[in-house]
Design a protein. Structure first.
Length: 100
C-alpha cells in the first residue's frame, strides 16, 4: 500500500490537545501510567493500584513500599499485583486530617 500525505487544517493548540488525549488514552490502555481522568474514575472502585496510591499521597513507589513494611499502609496481593482498599487509604487521610 502506498503512503500518502494527509493535510488537515487544525489550530496548533487544538492539535496538541488532541495529541495529549491520544497519548493519555494509549498510556492508560497499556497500563504504563495512569492519566488523571482514569485515576478519578477509579477512585470510586474498591481497589487501587500502587501508582494510584502514590498519586494520592504524592509519594514515590519506594516510599509506599517502605510504609507497607512499617505497617502504615495495608495492601492485598492479587496475583503479582499489590492492591489497596480505598477505605484503608481514606482512613489514613482522615486520620491525618484529625491529627492536625
Amino acid at each position: 500500500m502506498a503512503s500518502s500525505n494527509l493535510l488537515i487544517q487544525m489550530d496548533r493548540d487544538e492539535f496538541w490537545k488532541k495529541l495529549r488525549e491520544v497519548v493519555d488514552e494509549l498510556m492508560v490502555h497499556h497500563d504504563k501510567r495512569v492519566s488523571f481522568q482514569a485515576f478519578q474514575s477509579r477512585l470510586t472502585q474498591k481497589l487501587l493500584k500502587v501508582t494510584e496510591v502514590c498519586l494520592i499521597f504524592r509519594i514515590t513507589k519506594p516510599t509506599l513500599y517502605s510504609w507497607m513494611r512499617q505497617g502504615h499502609v495495608d495492601s492485598v496481593k492479587v496475583g503479582a499485583r499489590r492492591l489497596f482498599r480505598f477505605e484503608d487509604i481514606q482512613a489514613i487521610i482522615d486520620k491525618g486530617k484529625n491529627d492536625r
